[in-house]
Design a protein around this ligand. Structure first.
Ligand SMILES: [Zn+2]
Length: 465
């Protein structure tokens, strides 16, 4: 697994330089011009080397429903999603592979999969995803999505008391399940980590959050959750706790420097201070927030308050792709409309740092990945600067972020192991994957969700529509 990339472009503080990069035993061993070739020689000429990005929030199995859910806000969209969610584990395996392929070919070397579990086959679901990620070789952070309240509890009740069906699995059983997943699959050194990941305050009890904190402390696990994605959730937090969701999570002790929080659209000034003070990470999912009409997360405010921010694609049925470069582009320039002072706007270089080092920080991995630093793991992406979408020659990172790069990723290494070469994933057969995805699905335009029909009137009334 030793190799030396010769004559490759890397970024410096104020520009670019051409240099060599030596990788020994999976780690970056040297960065300097004219190095001796150790292991395989890789021609880096006309190519740009960047640290791999982190797809810091997604739900891989949503791939089976991408492009089909009508324009709906999150709460109704979710009902639609779950009405058609029963998958089999083979589909989970295939969609995890597909998510990994798209992430790798858009600059990602790590993925945080907030994995929706098949009821009754929870460990089998996790097994299927682990199998996929191990085979393809992407660095995987599997965050089994758990809750202990039923779907309707996630919608504010408004004036009336509403009773919700109890959730089918107890809190204790759910926690035991996660502990078992940790025992079986949590192997950070081998590239697979398990996270505790209650879906969010909207569907989780305090007992579930507290149990997750306890597991996280005992097994040194990172923590993940959705947070205040929609206006409805902001309302619900007030109903449930009489304070903001962020204040409540702080009181429970869920926030911290290994906690990453997806969305964070509806936070107030005090909430932002709390995220900064607890060193929590915000995962910005701009495309999903636009698609579901959730709102524009105040990312520039977070950055000004020194809150760590990184990017996610979110699941492929609220995006409806897994193109990380697309999420980074939209997630950067979107905010030029929210802040008149252009000095705060996100530059392409800042965007790539947020995507790489920012992602690593949120996973408690900043000392191991996220930058081209000697001693760090070689999670690297080599971009072909002769790709038509990156020509003519201007500022490579500027064009990578602001343009629309296609077929730009030439090579990818994770932990020093090459898993993409000449623009092709080498560890799995992508043609076979395409055939499987084709054969296990069909064109479908007439789907109706029974649950949406059931809850829509209440949702509209509560939300004043
Ligand atoms: Zn999500």
């Amino acid at each position: 697994m030793n190799f030396t990339i010769k004559n490759v472009l890397i970024s410096t503080d104020d520009g670019y330089t051409t240099t060599d990069v030596q990788v020994v035993d999976g780690k970056i061993a040297a960065i300097a011009p004219h190095l001796d070739i150790v292991g395989t020689a890789v021609n880096g000429e006309h190519k740009l080397l960047l640290p791999g990005f982190v797809n810091a929030h997604t739900h891989s199995s949503e791939k089976w429903q991408r492009g089909i859910i009508p324009p709906l806000p999150l709460e109704l969209w979710l009902a639609h999603l779950y009405d058609f969610a029963p998958l089999d584990t083979e589909k989970v395996y295939l969609s995890a592979l597909g998510t990994a392929v798209e992430t790798l070919l858009s600059g990602g070397t790590s993925v945080v999969d907030h994995l929706v579990l098949i009821p009754g086959e929870e460990l089998e679901t996790i097994t299927a995803a682990v199998r996929a990620y191990r085979e393809i070789g992407i660095r995987a952070f599997i965050a089994p999505l758990i809750q202990d309240e039923s779907l309707t509890a996630g919608i504010p009740s408004g004036e009336n008391e509403r009773n919700h069906e109890p959730y089918f699995r107890s809190t204790a059983e759910t926690l035991a399940l996660i502990e078992e997943a940790v025992r079986q699959f949590h192997r950070p050194d081998a590239g697979v980590s398990i996270l505790v990941a209650p879906t969010g305050i909207q569907l989780c009890s305090d007992a579930l959050f507290t149990g997750c904190i306890e597991l996280s402390d005992r097994y040194n696990l990172c923590r993940h959750s959705h947070l205040l994605e929609t206006k409805a959730q902001e309302k619900l937090a007030q109903e449930k706790y009489g304070c903001s969701a962020v204040e409540h999570l702080k009181r429970l002790g869920y926030l911290g420097d290994r906690t990453s929080l997806a969305h964070c659209v509806w936070l107030n000034e005090l909430d932002i201070e709390i995220l900064a003070e607890t060193q929590s990470t915000v995962v910005h999912n701009p495309l999903s927030n636009l698609r579901l009409g959730s709102g524009i997360a105040p990312i520039l405010k977070y950055r000004q308050a020194q809150v760590n921010v990184t990017f996610g694609c979110d699941g492929a049925s609220s995006n409806d792709s897994q193109d990380l470069l697309e999420a980074i582009k939209i997630g950067s320039i979107l905010h030029n409309t929210t802040e008149r002072d252009y000095q705060y706007w996100i530059t392409p270089r800042q965007a790539t740092e947020m995507a790489a080092l920012g992602g690593a920080k949120g996973l408690n991995m900043a000392d191991k990945i996220g930058s081209l630093t000697i001693g760090k793991q070689a999670d690297l992406v080599l971009y072909d600067l002769t790709s038509l979408s990156l020509l003519p020659r201007t500022d490579p990172i500027g064009l990578l972020v602001l343009g629309r790069p296609t077929n730009a990723v030439d090579s990818v290494w994770v932990n020093g192991k090459q898993i993409v070469a000449n623009g092709q994933v080498t560890t799995i057969n992508v043609d076979e994957l395409r055939q499987e995805l084709f054969q296990r699905s069909q064109w479908n335009t007439q789907r109706q969700s029974p649950t949406v029909a059931e809850i829509e009137a209440h949702y509209r009334a509560v939300m004043g529509l």
